[in-house]
Design a protein around this ligand. Sequence first.
Ligand SMILES: O=C(O)CCC(=O)C(=O)O
Length: 308
Amino acid sequence: MTAIDAGAKTPKHAKISQFRRLLWHVNRTDLGWAVKAALTALQLPARAKRVALLKQLPTRPEWTEASRKLAEDGYVDVSRLVDRSLAEAVASSADAKVKRLNELVGQQKEGHKSFWVSLLDEDLVGGAFATDHPFVRYALQPAALRIVGDFMRDLPQLSDVLLTLSQPTPNQALSYSQLWHLDHDDKRVCKLFIYLTDVQNTADGPFTFIPAGPSKPFRNTLKSHMSDAQVFGKTGPDAVKEMIAPRLSAFIVNTARCLHMGSRIQSDHSRLLYTATYIQQPRIYPEPPTRFRAVGALTELERTVMRL
Ligand SMILES: O=C(O)CCC(=O)C(=O)O
């Protein structure tokens, strides 16, 4: 997911590029944990402040249990734990976008994945979402921050929010996230997904993954995207879980630990998906420009989650 600036020409850019390439390699192995620990040690007061903010969040036994499951298995179904009205707000905003699909496809900035349309480009000002956007409000809800935060033992950083429409691509080879991969944005990457359409069977292109335990043999490798044959050769197909679930189902997956793929949509089907991505500060890669712009009153906790 993280680009390497391979085209840079000036010595300064070449150095940055080499640095990023080194980080890219380190982050993919357990050495990344040592780098993460060293970066954290350099910012202990900031860490202590985040932990104090995390403790201010409400807590519930079922959130604690969800957090434990996320730590143990690398995923958890949170459909019954998250705020239904916030999910409805996400869904109605998403449905309005899909109604204007053709217009929005024309404006799409990242077009490399033919099976995948990003529908939020028009909501970005200078690359940033307003903090009162329903997609941002959903990601900031206490249940989500508590479940991810208790797992990380730190107040999470909201890295991005995304709305994607996956569509069939007949006669094309599987590519990008249709193939098995781990996310390497950082050492812990928790994605909170909401299905915004029913995902009733394999033809709807479910998010498909292998829980943390059986995904272990795939860590510490520089291999990026793998075919079914490469994966099943190591795990067998029995470890695979397809997230077959109705509209508004929500689940959190540590996609840095659980091998995953999805969006293998068959003809006449499509899938609409919301994703919020959380990582743990400090980020292993240099911090990119912020994805959020403050609109309206924000608490200190919200500002810290969005690095505002
Ligand atoms: O489209 C999918 O279901 C896969 C998504 C994915 O790979 C990701 O969000 O990292």
